[in-house]
Design a protein around this ligand. Structure first.
Ligand code: AHR
Length: 366
């Protein structure tokens, strides 16, 4: 029996015995039927089934798991490995959830397949992990599996992307403000054009979006378009999905170059798409970047994109911070001690124009 239950039981027994002179008493307690022996010992004679099956609180649950393995068991259902950003985020999580740090870490690469991701979550529940970490591939469709995790009293921490499920179905979320990233990109464009006295110019803008249904795609698109639609001289010509991959960016850009002769601005919703698009642009005999035929805006701001800014191919990179491992580990440590955590935590992020790249690249962590 847990220490807390014993104290409660002892208190109740004392109350029951007040004014009672018998040497052995049968009493009803929250833990079940008990007998007080002549020498004052408490013996449970008939255990209350409801109390036995009652769900334990998080710190008690952790104690139980730790006595078995000495480690906190964490399951991470990762989106996939589509981009350099994704690999940096995986590395950050793996570096945080090591055995030396007190964790048993189950990592599943869901290969951008939501069905596989839901199966991974179901397996974590069946394995009775202590915590689930979910990076949702898309926004919708997780309600049912999150209900199951809640029924099993397994806290779920959502990372990076957002989900549409009610916030009562998960413990907390830590990740990026994608709408702000999109707005930051558009606001940088306004400032840059104004600096160059090009603010009133008619602009043809194309976007290579990320993957369909992902909150990173939805937020960046909405944020950019909200600002862009207020600029009467900006024309949003077209937008297509590039799946956050280099191949996707390359294929979409090749199609754009065939269809549109006059492109002023290309927005790539991550660095990998930008790398694929740059190849397609160069193959077509065109250029992009600060001195190129078209302005190229990218997202993520990984090391390779800093190099592409130094090389003159990308104008600006809006950061998406993948270093979420230590933040998630800190959340789990707090929850395990029964401490409260913030329900929503944004990662710190900046905007890096090409002219800052050479100075900043040496200090970048990814
Ligand atoms: O969810 C974050 C996005 O997903 C990153 O921008 C992208 O590179 C990744 O694949």
């Amino acid at each position: 029996m847990k220490k807390g239950n014993l104290i409660m039981l002892a208190g109740l027994v004392l109350l029951t015995l007040t004014g009672c002179g018998s040497k052995e008493n049968v009493v009803m307690t929250p833990a079940g039927e008990a007998v007080i022996t002549a020498d004052g010992k408490i013996n449970i004679t008939k255990e209350n089934k409801d109390v036995k099956e009652q769900k334990v609180s998080e710190p008690e649950k952790e104690e139980e798991n730790k006595t078995e393995t000495g480690l906190l068991h964490v399951g991470f259902a990762q989106v996939g490995s589509e981009s350099g950003w994704r690999l940096a985020q995986t590395d950050s999580m793996k570096a945080a959830f090591t055995e030396e740090n007190g964790y048993r870490f189950d990592f599943v690469d869901c290969n951008n397949d939501q069905k596989a991701q839901i199966s991974a979550l179901e397996q974590f529940i069946a394995d009775k992990v202590d915590y689930i970490v979910l990076d949702p591939i898309v926004e919708d469709g997780y309600d049912e599996v999150l209900e199951k995790a809640k029924d099993a009293a397994i806290p779920v921490i959502v990372v990076d992307r957002n989900i549409s499920a009610d916030s009562s179905l998960y413990t907390c979320w830590v990740g990026s403000d994608f709408t702000k990233e999109g707005k930051d990109a558009a606001n940088w464009l306004i400032e840059d054009l104004n600096k160059k006295n090009r603010g009133a110019e008619e602009l043809n803008i194309l976007t290579i979006m990320g993957s369909n249904g992902a909150s990173a795609t939805i937020g960046r698109t909405d944020g950019f378009e909200e600002i862009a639609k207020a600029q009467t001289n900006w024309k949003l010509l077209d937008k297509q999905y590039g799946d956050f991959t280099k191949d996707g960016g390359n294929a979409v850009m090749k199609a754009f170059l065939k269809q549109y002769k006059d492109i002023d601005v290309l927005v790539c919703q991550n660095d990998d798409e930008a790398f694929g698009a740059i190849e397609a642009i160069k193959e077509a005999g065109k250029t992009c970047g600060p001195n190129g035929d078209m302005i190229l805006i990218s997202f993520d701001a990984g090391g390779a994109a800093f190099q592409a800014m130094i090389d003159g191919d990308i104008n600006v990179d809006v950061e998406c911070n993948p270093l979420e491992g230590p933040v998630v580990s800190d959340i789990i440590q707090k929850l395990s001690k029964g401490e409260e955590v913030e329900q929503v935590q944004y990662m710190p992020e900046e905007v890096f124009p090409a002219e800052t790249a050479a100075e900043i690249l040496p200090g970048r962590a990814y």
